[in-house]
Design a binder for this molecule. Structure first.
Ligand code: CUA
Length: 162
């Protein structure tokens, strides 16, 4: 008599669990969280934001900036400065609101700016963005927090807030 009751409770719990799992997988699977736009990873330069001249820091007004970045193993490409030197450090005035916008040419890379709330993935095929406001001067370091190959731990860049 009791066995039958426990079988029903056990079976019922299992059924509820499977339904929850199915619903969760379905909704989460069809709605990627922060992937707004798709992009061809073989040809990211075809997108305006990732043309060579638009990489790195772009000023919108006195307090608002956009930073465009292309990640690839094992580098963050912020373009070149006026003298043609590769940009490794982005210089931003204190109080700036900055939107980082990036994609990847190869595998998934991380894009975490230590000491700020900026932390996102850069994925091939997608453009991801994250916004942050720099209220404190200092030097902040980007780290790739997704393992992407042998040079993973060399993948860094810096932001200097002055
Ligand atoms: Cu790029 Cu790890």
């Amino acid at each position: 008599k009791y066995e039958k009751m426990w079988m029903l409770i056990g079976g019922g719990a299992l059924l509820i669990f499977l339904i929850m799992l199915g619903v969760g997988a379905f909704y989460q699977g069809t709605k990627p969280p922060s992937c707004l736009t798709t992009i061809d990873p073989q040809n990211v330069e075809a997108h305006d934001s990732f043309k060579t001249e638009n990489l790195g820091l772009q000023k919108l007004d006195d307090h608002q900036y956009v930073v465009n970045v292309i990640a690839s193993a094992f580098n963050y490409d912020f373009g070149t400065d006026e003298e043609g030197n590769v940009v490794r450090t982005i210089r931003i005035p204190t109080g700036s609101e900055v939107m980082f916008q990036g994609t990847s040419k190869d595998v998934v890379h991380g894009f975490e700016l230590a000491g700020t709330n900026a932390n996102m993935m850069l994925e091939p095929g997608y453009i991801n963005t994250v916004e942050t406001t720099f209220n404190k001067p200092g030097t902040y370091t980007f780290v790739c927090n997704e393992y992407c190959g042998t040079g993973h731990h060399y993948m860094t860049a810096t932001v200097e807030v002055y």
